[in-house]
Design a binder for this molecule. Sequence first.
Ligand SMILES: Cc1cc2nc3c(=O)[nH]c(=O)nc-3n(C[C@H](O)[C@H](O)[C@H](O)COP(=O)(O)O)c2cc1C
Length: 175
Amino acid sequence: MKIGLFYGSTTCYTEIIAEKIQAAMSGEYHVELFNVKTDPLCKINDYQILIFGISTWNYGELQEDWGDIWASLSTIDVKNKIIGLYGLGDQVAYSDWFVDAMGMLHDELLPLSPMFVGYWSTQGYQFISSKALIDEGRLFVGLAIDEDSQYEQTDQRIKQWVQQISAEINAICSQ
Ligand SMILES: Cc1cc2nc3c(=O)[nH]c(=O)nc-3n(C[C@H](O)[C@H](O)[C@H](O)COP(=O)(O)O)c2cc1C
């Protein structure tokens, strides 16, 4: 099965995580990577399963390339498509806005009726507030990665998240 992974990345961290997710999923899925800065958004139409990666900048702002295409997002057709999100942030230096952009992306896509996979426990993170929370703060809307202050946990988190979304995708596809 193929997956389209679309990311925006200012200093390459979100891009590196995209490559790690691609490698971690390679046994079961063919994950193709797209940088939203340079690749057209209409490529989304080629995939039934999508992963979107976004970092947060400047006190709760969208990563700039996602910001540039933000207005077009409401026009993409993701109804009933499977979407997993991951977000990069820094829970120590930007504790009031931790991975906010991932929450903003989730909220923007929600009215388009996709099927989200990969909601992720907030256990093990320490931050003051985040726009990426659901279930009374128990879950992030996707995988939260902190390469600034918890980089040593990244590989394990990716491994676990990939197992989780693979199981969720299989469950949806076998319905
Ligand atoms: C100037 C600056 C502002 C940032 N603002 C936030 C923020 O508001 N919230 C957050 O969680 N992380 C914030 N970060 C951390 C970045 O999201 C983090 O370093 C991320 O890994 C960058 O990924 P990228 O290189 O793929 O864009 C900020 C980092 C910098 C340097």
